[in-house]
Design a protein around this ligand. Structure first.
Ligand code: IPD
Ligand code: CA
Ligand code: CA
Length: 287
């Protein structure tokens, strides 16, 4: 078996086990343990338990690998492999009992994402991809929608937890909304990207994504036939992630430019957040 497939197999078993922890956590009273970028950017005990399990399973199986998780201390490895985990993507949905959240895990080799899994433990759906081998939902290959008309496109998006950023996002969205079929804010970036991969959304646009939001879902979307990038040839980054079928991407891109998505780089709005990291690359401080 190739290394990439081996990594996928380990990711898949691990994410299913973590998903069971998350699903079981949903049936108990959920307490908010901490907040991050704003009082509504929450962490629960279940986020922490899921990440602990993922880190333990991965590092037990592959002790030389590095690990980056949303909720924990990063582990610097000595191999070329770094794992990127979001223990619950869609924590606010999780808290409210909206069944749109997922465990997301990706493996990068030499800085390139080669395997990714996004698993919704409530629906039981598991999206997977290995670089160069296409994307799957369960055992079925998936592909992006055939939409080529941006005015007919159903676009997924999300908003930052910070009020000052949202104020600006609302203005951008007010310009975009009348120009597309409709916009969905489903609450899990990883699943949004998988929905682009499987044609449930025609496209996706969001600012402020972190590596763990994008790593697995971004690979799954691109393996299903999407282009995942920023504006003007930039890589997908914290500034902006756009995902759309190859045949729709340029039209969506031009509409985003026309409606002002290129006008205010994230650096200007997030002076406290430090440098912008290319999503497929590393955070400045990670192993
Ligand atoms: C969030 C979700 C949401 C997106 C936010 C993410 P979290 O992740 O993916 O859809 O809009 O940007 O931070 O906090 O639930 O892991
Ligand atoms: Ca997330
Ligand atoms: Ca999370």
């Amino acid at each position: 078996m190739s290394l990439d497939r081996e990594l996928l197999a380990l990711a898949e078993t691990t994410v299913r086990e973590a998903g069971a922890v998350v699903a079981a956590g949903r049936s108990r009273a959920i307490e908010v343990t901490d907040t991050k970028t704003s009082p509504t950017d929450i962490v629960t005990e279940v986020d922490l338990a899921s990440e602990r399990l993922i880190r333990e399973r991965i590092l037990d199986a592959r002790p030389s690998d590095g690990f980056v998780g949303e909720e924990g201390a990063d582990v610097a490895g000595s191999s070329d492999v770094v794992w990127v985990a979001d223990p619950i993507d869609g924590t606010v949905n999780f808290l409210y009992g909206i069944p749109q959240f997922a465990v997301s895990l990706a493996a990068r080799v030499g800085g390139v994402v080669v395997a990714g899994v996004v698993h919704n433990p409530i629906s039981g759906e598991t999206f997977t991809a290995v670089r160069g081998e296409g994307a799957r939902l369960g055992d079925r290959a998936v592909a992006v929608s055939g939409c080529t008309d941006v005015a007919a496109a159903l676009i997924g998006t999300g908003y930052a937890y910070r009020a000052d950023v949202r104020r600006h996002q609302a203005v951008e969205m007010a310009r975009l909304l009348p120009r597309v079929r409709d916009v969905r804010r489903l609450g899990s970036a990883a699943l949004d990207l998988c929905f682009v991969a499987s044609g449930r959304l025609d496209g996706y646009v969001e600012r402020g994504l972190q590596p763990w939001d994008l790593a697995a879902g971004g690979l799954i979307a691109s393996e299903a036939g999407a282009r995942v990038a920023g504006l003007g040839g930039a890589a997908a980054s914290e500034t902006l992630v756009v995902a759309a079928p190859e045949a729709l991407f340029d039209r969506l891109h031009d509409l985003l430019v026309e409606t002002g998505f290129g006008d205010w780089p994230l650096e200007d709005r997030h002076p406290a957040d430090g440098p912008v990291a290319a999503v497929s690359g590393q955070r400045p401080d990670e192993p």
